[in-house]
Design a binder for this molecule. Sequence first.
Ligand SMILES: [Zn+2]
Length: 261
Amino acid sequence: MSYTLTFSIILFIFGACIGSFLNVCIFRIPEKKSIVFPGSFCPICKKSIPFYCNIPILSYLFLQGRCKHCKAPISIRYPLIEILTGIFPVLLFFKFGLTPSLFFWFCFICVLIVISLIDFDHQIIPDIISIPGIFIFASSPFFIPEMSFAAVLTGILTGGGILYTIAFLYFKLKNTEGMGGGDIKLLAMIGAATGIKGVLFTILTGSFLGSAAGLFAIIFIKGSNSQLKIPFGPYLSSGAILYIFFGEGLIQWYFQTMTGY
Ligand SMILES: [Zn+2]
């Protein structure tokens, strides 16, 4: 087997195992439970899941999507998140090679996956993830060649500041909270990792994706109202991930098209 293929397989398996852990985080962090103890257990019959039934993706197939003990169905989301988390290190490997950037962006994407799903489930972005995340991902200049501490600082201030202003104005205008404080801290975290360019790209792309999804919901899902709280975290996270892979290219293309050079 070629070097690239071997490495891709190893990275996928590694990522899928991490994805299995992310599932635990997504389930337990909003309930303020430990993410380490106890080991995995069935949420229905509470029986512990033996290690051989806890192999990412494969166990789901072997058990045909049911608990080994009580046969309660296991959500398809678990293996899907494992597959998704397995794919990212492979994509990052193709984009960045085996570099510190791969490691940094993979950690960042894992945190975004956890935040997105918790926001999707509960419409909250836990401070316990986003606030330490701002400090941890402020280390980006150590891993990402084009990042500087000036970019980190302006990124945090832009992410935190712009959204804070929008939320504040929205509150003044409508006297109701449109965007949660959680989104603001998430954008500050994205700013720490990707800098001012990344955070602006994320706000634009995330708003576009969020509006498209909102429009889709209004047209196709009856009974939706304008006061409906749409979790914004998944769209912002998608915007940030798009920036990692395509940001530089898209920004360059945009300015070349605009200026004609
Ligand atoms: Zn069970």
